[in-house]
Design a protein. Structure first.
Length: 258
């Protein structure tokens, strides 16, 4: 037969159980509340789900004060107007840049058309080279220098065009250093590189260079400038790209392909 526990002991156990039950309940409430703590995402989601919030709380919104680095604090409408002014300025800047780029592209296109019209009037290869060089000088450059890779064109002696011949093997060190997987290069060349491509290297500051042909295997065209910063990386290559495709079509009128 089991002995009865004293009443005080039973009451003590009941009290402990009650306390633990309250602690568990408080912990559950605390965890539930923690799940509903406001953050940016919840506020954003609420505003999306309640689009009339600003209408219902127009006065409260107008009374909101937002920190400002200069004025200390400003109202929400002032803050919105300031953001709109900044956005308008950004759009105006973008429009200006687009207009400048469009104007620049138009000038490039006009230059290309002008050059093609000049080259179409050539009746010999020497005249073609003369007109190409003349156009370059009219653009404020030192001149234009054209070379044909001798493994693709019949330019070896006794050909009249041997002075425009260039071995692709001799050109490889320039290709590896500046072109690699590209067909165009804008920037500076060292003395050794210049001596291979340009007779008088003393006044050359920078060059624009493009390989000729669809695969860049037909030759190379170089425009030389006196100024070091005239041609530099990052500039557009539209004109060079078009010339690299068009010039071989002109050249084939006088020089035979191998």
């Amino acid at each position: 037969m089991k002995s009865k526990q004293p009443q005080s002991t039973q009451q003590s156990k009941q009290s402990i159980a009650t306390v633990r039950k309250k602690q568990r309940k408080q912990k559950h409430i605390k965890n539930t509340n923690a799940c509903h703590i406001l953050n940016d995402e919840l506020v954003h989601q609420y505003l999306i789900e309640n689009p009339d919030f600003f209408i219902r709380n127009a006065q409260q919104i107008a009374d909101l004060v937002i920190p400002h680095p200069v004025r200390g604090a400003i109202s929400l409408p002032e803050w919105q107007l300031a953001r709109q002014r900044i956005r308008i300025q950004e759009l105006e800047t973008e429009i200006t840049l687009l207009m400048e780029q469009a104007s620049f592209n138009q000038k490039l296109f006009e230059s290309l058309i002008e050059l093609l019209m000049v080259l179409l009037q050539a009746d010999s290869f020497s005249e073609f080279i003369k007109r190409l060089d003349g156009w370059a000088k009219s653009m404020g450059l030192i001149g234009a220098y054209l070379y044909l890779f001798d493994n693709k064109w019949q330019v070896s002696p006794p050909s009249n065009y041997y002075s425009y011949a260039l071995s692709p093997d001799k050109f490889d060190f320039i290709r590896v250093r500046h072109l690699q997987y590209h067909f165009q290069y804008l920037g500076q060349l060292n003395t050794t590189e210049l001596e291979l491509l340009i007779t008088d290297t003393q006044f050359v500051g920078s060059v624009a260079m493009t390989l000729l042909g669809e695969y860049g295997d037909l030759g190379v065209l170089v425009f030389a400038s006196r100024h070091k910063d005239h041609y530099q990386a990052g500039q557009g290559t539209f004109l060079l790209e078009k010339l690299s495709k068009v010039l071989p079509l002109f050249i084939e009128k006088w020089v035979h392909r191998k």
